[in-house]
Design a protein around this ligand. Structure first.
Ligand code: FAD
Length: 302
């Protein structure tokens, strides 16, 4: 059996695997897609000490670093079941059952898409999901935020300090964000809030040039010209496969303590699949290191 089995090969999983392998213990990593979300990211400018890089390049660096160590890398394999027996068992979609003394869950998350024409075509060409990451790319330009919940309104407040103008599009007739956030939003001079509207299309040529929406009460279509669209309708953790084995929040995020431990002894978690409040590469890597050290601590005590 493994001493540490990492499930998920994004920044959190890669970091956890390296920290474990450096302890000289038997380490394995299973990933559906080694690299994770950064494979879909163009430019990364907030990975501290690297002024600017590209997602696929960082993913290749992660893999290269992991392979410096004696880690059993099982790429293109999806885990479908976890069970705590004497050891912890992780069953893969291909039927194999891996056994380990400890497991670190780092299966990440995915942004919920609006699913309108233009969204997929213009991803990284004006369609963005992370204001902390991509906000500065739109300095001085007009942007829209789709979604009027807490994350949408936080994004709009954040962006309003960087860009020229922000339009918030909310499907319902009221914003769902906390009232303190709404008050702050409405106090800003360069924000327009459109309620009861449905996004119909993100338009563009080689990059985004506008958004078309329908006013739901009149059925009338409107078009606004802008340079960027931030989709903020939720981040979904990749934790469905755990069913009710590991304790999760109502949003599906795995609940961890400050050692990265879950409610199941020997099972740890890190990165975007957890209830960590902020989801970023540097944060995922830090929490991967924490979970790995937590697992090592557990191993020497049990
Ligand atoms: P992920 O990167 O999501 O990796 C999860 C891993 O688990 C993957 O290998 C996946 O294949 C695997 N997996 C999932 N389910 C299973 C399963 N059942 N079995 C086996 N493996 C599984 N952050 C920044 O700091 N700066 C940026 O500039 C930035 N830009 C971004 C741009 C975009 C378009 C996106 C989508 C995200 C961006 N982020 C950015 C966020 C950042 O990518 C994430 O915070 C980070 O990748 C999270 O790392 P993670 O390891 O927790 O999860």
């Amino acid at each position: 059996p493994f001493d540490v089995l990492v499930v998920g090969g994004g920044p959190a999983g890669a970091s956890a695997a390296i920290y474990a392998a450096r302890k000289g213990i038997r380490t394995g990593i299973v990933a559906e897609r080694f690299g994770g979300q950064i494979l879909d990211t163009l430019s990364i400018e907030n990975f501290i000490s690297v002024k600017s890089t590209e997602g696929p390049k960082l993913a290749a660096n992660l893999e290269e670093h992991v392979k410096e160590y004696d880690v059993d890398v099982m790429n293109l394999q999806r885990a479908k079941r976890l069970e705590k027996k004497d050891l912890i068992e992780v069953e893969l979609e291909n039927g194999a059952v891996l056994k380990s003394k400890t497991v670190i869950l780092s299966t990440g998350a995915r942004w919920r898409n609006v699913g309108v024409p233009g969204e997929a075509e213009f991803k990284n060409k004006g369609v963005a999901y992370c204001p902390h990451c991509d906000g500065p790319l739109f300095a001085g330009k007009d942007v829209a935020v789709i979604g009027g919940g807490n994350s949408g309104v936080e994004a709009a407040i954040d962006l309003a300090g960087i860009v020229k103008h922000v339009t918030v599009l909310e499907f319902n007739s009221e914003l769902k964000a906390d009232s303190v956030l709404q008050d702050r939003l409405y106090s800003l001079p360069n924000v327009t809030v459109l309620k009861n509207v449905q996004t119909q299309e993100i338009t563009g040529t080689d990059k985004v040039n506008g958004i078309t929406y329908v006013e739901r009460d009149t059925g009338e279509a409107q078009h606004i010209e802008l340079a960027g669209v931030f989709v903020q309708i939720g981040l979904v953790p990749n934790t469905d496969w755990l069913s009710d084995t590991v304790e999760r929040t109502k949003f599906g995020e795995i609940i961890v303590d400050n050692h990265g431990a879950t409610n199941i002894p020997g099972v740890f978690a890190a990165g975007d699949c957890t209830n960590s409040p902020y989801k970023q590469i540097i944060i995922s890597m830090g929490s991967g290191a924490t979970a790995s050290l937590g697992a090592f601590d557990y191993l020497i005590r049990n």
